[in-house]
Ligand binder design. Structure first.
Ligand SMILES: *Cc1c(COP(=O)(O)O)cnc(C)c1O
Length: 406
C-alpha cells in the first residue's frame, strides 16, 4: 500500500491509527507455504498473540491458517472468529492446571511445557492427546528477552530431562501425539534452526505415536535497513528435505507445523500518529507525537527500531529528530533519527507495526487505545473502533455517595 492511501485513511478514521495490509498478510502466508511445498502435511499455526484482532484471524482462516494460542481467552477469540477447536493449538507457560483442563475440554490440542503438569495431566486424563514442548537449549538471539531456548529459560522441558518425560509417559500411559520447540523470536541463521531441528528429531525418536512435529517460530523480519531476514526459501529447501527423510525413517505420516506471528503480520502493519509539537532543546530536536508507549511499546521494551516516515512531507529535506510520545515518562520511539523535515501537524508512519504493537497496547495515562483498520481491495475497513470515555469507566465501581463523602 502507498503513503497516499495511509494519509487518506488517517483523514477518514482519525488518529492515532493502526492499519493492516490484508494482501501483505496473505502473501507472507503463501510465501511460507510455498517454501515448504514439498512437505505433504504442512500446518501453519498463526501465533495469535502477535495481533489478535478478530478480522485478522478471519483473514488468516480464509487463507488456510490454523492458530497457536497462549491463553484460554486467545482460544476463545479463535473459536469466536470461526476456527474449529481442531485448528487450534494451545501452548501456555505457567498457567493454572484448571485452565489447561478447560482448554483440553474444548477439544483444543494442548502443549505441555513442564514435568509436574505433564504428570498430573497424564494421570488424570490419560486418553487426551498431548504435545510436549521441549527446550533444546539453543541460543538463538542476543537479547535474553527474546531468546527462549537457552539453559535458564522458563519455557519448555529441558531436552536433558527426556528420561524423566519418558518415565511419566510410561507410568501414566498417556498419549503423546506431538513434539514442539520454539527457540525464540530472534533466529539469526538457518544453521541454528537446523541444529535445533536435529535435537527435535532426536527427541521424537523416543515416541511411537506422534502425528506432528512443531518447529515453533523465530523467523526474523527486517525492521531497519541492513537487518537480517530469515531466508524462508532456503530454510524451506533444507528443512523440508531433512523432514521428509526423518518421516521415512520414523515410519509414520507426520505433519510439519510452524507457529509464526511476526513473519505473517509484522510488515503488514502501519501505525499512524500526528506530530503535536516540534521542540528544540540545546542539543536536539524533539518531535512529540499524539501517542506513546501506551500504543506502541516495543521500542521502549525491547529497543526495537521501527522505521519512521513523515508521510505528510515525504520529499522534504532530511533532518535529525528524536521522536517521543506524550506519556509522562520517558517514551522515546527513535533517537536522533533522519526523517524528512517535520512540521507540527505532520503525520508520521511507523513500519512493522503489525506484530506485538496493538496487542501490547494499554490505557496508561487514561488514554484510549487506537482504532484498527484493515486495508483490503483498495479500501479501508474499520475492524476496531477507537475507545471512548465509556471504555475507561467500564468495570470501575465508584464508592457509594455516603462512603465517598463521609
Ligand atoms: C510468541 C510465540 C510464537 C510466535 O513468535 P514470532 O516471533 O512472532 O513468530 C510462536 N510460538 C510460541 C509458543 C510463542 O510463544
Amino acid at each position: 500500500m502507498q503513503a497516499k492511501d495511509l494519509v487518506q485513511l488517517a483523514e477518514q478514521f482519525g488518529g492515532p491509527l493502526y492499519v493492516y495490509d490484508a494482501e501483505k498478510i496473505q502473501s507472507q502466508y503463501h510465501r511460507l507455504t510455498s517454501a515448504f511445498s514439498k512437505v505433504e502435511r504442512l500446518r501453519i499455526n498463526y501465533a495469535v498473540k502477535a495481533l489478535s484482532n478478530l478480522a485478522v484471524l478471519q483473514l488468516l482462516k480464509q487463507v488456510g491458517s490454523n492458530l497457536d494460542t497462549v491463553s484460554l481467552q486467545e482460544v476463545q477469540l479463535g473459536l469466536h472468529a470461526g476456527f474449529d477447536p481442531q485448528q487450534i493449538i494451545y501452548t501456555p507457560n505457567g498457567v493454572s492446571f484448571e485452565e489447561i483442563e478447560e482448554v483440553a475440554q474444548l477439544g483444543v490440542q494442548i502443549n505441555i511445557d513442564n514435568l509436574s503438569v505433564l504428570e498430573h495431566f497424564g494421570t488424570k486424563h490419560p486418553t487426551v492427546p498431548v504435545c510436549i514442548r521441549i527446550n533444546p537449549h539453543v541460543m538463538a538471539g542476543g537479547n535474553s528477552n527474546i531468546s527462549v531456548g537457552h539453559i535458564d529459560s522458563k519455557f519448555g522441558i529441558s531436552i536433558h530431562q527426556m528420561p524423566h518425560i519418558l518415565r511419566i509417559v510410561e507410568n501414566t500411559k498417556m498419549h503423546i501425539n506431538g513434539i514442539h520447540m520454539h527457540t525464540g523470536s530472534d533466529i539469526l541463521d538457518i544453521e541454528v534452526f537446523l541444529y535445533a531441528a536435529e535435537i527435535l528429531f532426536d527427541a521424537a525418536r523416543n515416541f511411537k505415536t506422534l502425528d506432528f512435529l512443531d518447529f515453533g517460530s523465530g523467523f526474523k523480519v527486517p525492521y531497519k535497513k541492513g537487518d537480517i531476514e530469515t531466508d524462508i526459501e532456503e530454510l524451506g529447501k533444507k528443512l523440508s528435505k531433512r523432514f521428509i527423510a526423518f518421516e521415512k525413517e520414523y515410519g509414520r505420516e507426520l505433519t510439519l507445523a510452524f507457529e509464526p506471528g511476526k513473519f505473517l503480520v509484522s510488515e503488514a502493519g502501519y501505525f499512524l500518529a500526528k506530530v503535536n509539537v516540534v521542540k528544540q532543546t540545546t542539543s536536539t530536536v524533539f518531535a512529540g507525537i499524539d501517542s506513546g508507549f501506551n500504543h506502541l511499546i516495543r521500542p521502549m521494551l525491547y529497543g526495537s527500531q521501527h522505521h519512521i516516515d513523515n508521510i505528510s512531507n515525504p520529499k522534504g529535506k532530511e533532518r535529525f529528530y528524536t521522536v517521543v510520545g506524550y506519556i509522562c515518562e520517558t517514551d522515546t520511539f527513535a533517537n536522533n533519527r533522519r526523517i524528512s523535515e517535520i512540521n507540527e501537524g505532520d503525520l508520521l508512519c511507523f513500519r512493522n507495526a503489525g506484530a506485538y504493537c496493538f496487542s501490547m497496547s494499554s490505557n496508561y495515562n487514561s488514554r484510549y487505545k487506537p482504532a484498527e483498520v484493515l486495508w483490503k481491495d483498495g479500501e479501508g475497513i474499520l475492524i476496531r473502533a477507537r475507545e471512548t470515555f465509556e471504555d475507561l469507566l467500564k468495570n470501575q465501581i465508584m464508592l457509594p455517595l455516603e462512603v465517598a463523602t463521609a
